[in-house]
Design a protein around this ligand. Structure first.
Ligand SMILES: Cc1cc2nc3c(=O)[nH]c(=O)nc-3n(C[C@H](O)[C@H](O)[C@H](O)COP(=O)(O)OP(=O)(O)OC[C@H]3O[C@@H](n4cnc5c(N)ncnc54)[C@H](O)[C@@H]3O)c2cc1C
Length: 395
């Protein structure tokens, strides 16, 4: 963490570091029901210690923490080897959306359970044929009395197999919206979308887990057949959910960057791998490690600049695409090189291998394949930078 720290920041860092050192558990990835439950218990403990949702306003149970404090916590969390957090979609994406667009009743109804990890939320934006091109979504909802009746399908729903609720985008009008961004006369495809919260235990919901290459059910497909959703679960206005969805995506994009401590730690592991397999004196290997070291340092500076911008009250805007590209491609390349160095040890996942946590490295390698896809693919980030930041002409 490079920004200058106040004495309050230093005191917070010491408090968090000491608490995490005593409490962080060693958990398996949250891809099975038992492991998921262990993660939930851990996050309840985090909540009871006052470290959950630091950035929420105090009136909703947060600490109203500034962005530097949040970044300090995330750094310390990585340094303490804290497990993946399974409540982030509720705490980091839905909550800011409710602060901006929800009603008081909705905030009172959902926020306390999110904070205490009593309710797990998932995000139902993507559909087959509607990922990067989100507004072309086809799940539809029609009004019937005081309910919306929802039919359609979502995909890549993180933690869908274990979640209680989903916040989803559904089309409530403009059903024949063309796929182009706009037409000369008709409404754009962004019109007629509604942002709605759906209880996943409602009749007509079917959640089908997707087993990933790493063997875990990290996400699911979710099918809706005549699912009745009370109107008071619409967040924002019916037919005007696009600005609400943009608040959710901005919360994801404007969050303090992925903690650089993670990549510093992984680079150290990579060097250990090179030593363990006897390739640390190989010039080509040393050169590639040096290249990754430079990228880790670049990313550390970018993350510090992000925190400084947000701390000064700014927003990242389209520049967030630089950050996303840096961390996701670094992650992908770092783990891929580690696996290359591991060679046969990496392939057989043998506990007798003379290396620390080979299976963990393997699993991170597989998951890193997703880093350049979720939260916006690399191609989309490059398009954004080309068009909106560099103002390059469209080919
Ligand atoms: C691990 C993981 C977790 C996820 N969790 C969730 C979740 O919880 N909830 C949720 O709603 N979604 C989730 N997603 C889905 C994610 O948001 C989408 O996968 C992503 O938006 C890309 O959409 P797509 O898969 O439909 O690919 P597409 O949009 O079909 O893209 C396919 C390829 O074409 C490229 N491409 C597309 N359009 C353009 C263009 N205009 N110019 C250049 N190239 C283009 C893309 O970059 C990509 O390489 C998750 C995805 C992953 C991998």
């Amino acid at each position: 963490m490079d920004p200058p720290l106040t004495s309050a920041h230093v005191a917070f860092r010491d408090e968090a570091r000491a608490w995490l050192a005593d409490h962080v558990p060693d958990l398996p990835p949250p891809g099975s029901p038992e492991a998921f439950e262990q993660h939930v218990s851990w996050e309840r403990e985090l909540h009871e210690a006052g470290f959950q949702a630091l950035h929420w306003p105090e009136e909703y149970g947060g600490r109203g923490a500034d962005v530097v404090t949040q970044a300090i916590f995330e750094e310390e969390y990585v340094r303490a080897d804290g497990p993946d957090r399974v409540t982030v979609l509720g705490t980091n994406l839905l909550a800011p959306t409710l602060f901006a667009h929800g009603t008081d009743a909705q905030r009172q109804r959902w926020l306390p359970d999110i904070l205490a990890a009593r309710t797990i939320w998932s995000q139902g934006f993507s559909e087959p044929d509607a990922g990067s091109d989100l507004a072309s979504l086809r799940t539809r909802a029609e009004r019937d009395g005081d309910d919306l009746v929802v039919n359609g399908q979502k995909i890549w729903t993180s933690y869908g197999a274990y979640a209680d609720w989903i916040f989803a985008l559904v089309r409530t009008s403009n059903f024949s919206a063309p796929r182009a961004d706009s037409t000369p006369d008709g409404p754009t495809k962004h019109a007629g979308i509604t942002f709605v919260a759906i209880d996943l235990r409602s009749d007509g919901v079917e959640v089908r887990p997707i087993i990933q290459l790493d063997g875990h059910a990290g996400f699911s497909e979710v099918f809706f057949t005549d699912v009745r959703v009370p109107i008071d679960q619409v967040i924002g206005e019916i037919d005007d959910g696009w600005p609400v969805a943009m608040t959710t995506l901005a919360a994801e994009r404007d969050a303090p960057a992925a903690p650089p401590a993670r990549y510093e730690r992984d680079l150290r592991d990579l060097i250990d791998i090179a030593r363990a397999v006897g390739l640390d004196t190989d010039d080509v290997v040393r050169d590639r490690i040096a290249g990754l070291h430079v990228r880790v340092e670049c990313y550390r500076h970018q993350a510090a600049a992000t925190v400084a911008t947000l701390a000064a009250g700014g927003s990242l805007g389209d520049g967030a695409s630089v950050t996303k590209l840096l961390w996701s491609e670094l992650e992908r390349d770092l783990y891929a090189f580690g696996l290359e160095l591991l060679g046969a040890h990496g392939e057989v996942l043998d506990d007798r291998a003379p290396l620390r946590d080979v299976a963990g490295w393997h699993s991170r390698y597989w998951y890193a394949r997703a880093a350049t896809i979720y939260a916006g693919t690399s191609e989309i980030q490059r398009n954004i930078l080309a068009r909106r930041v560099l103002a390059l002409p469209k080919a």
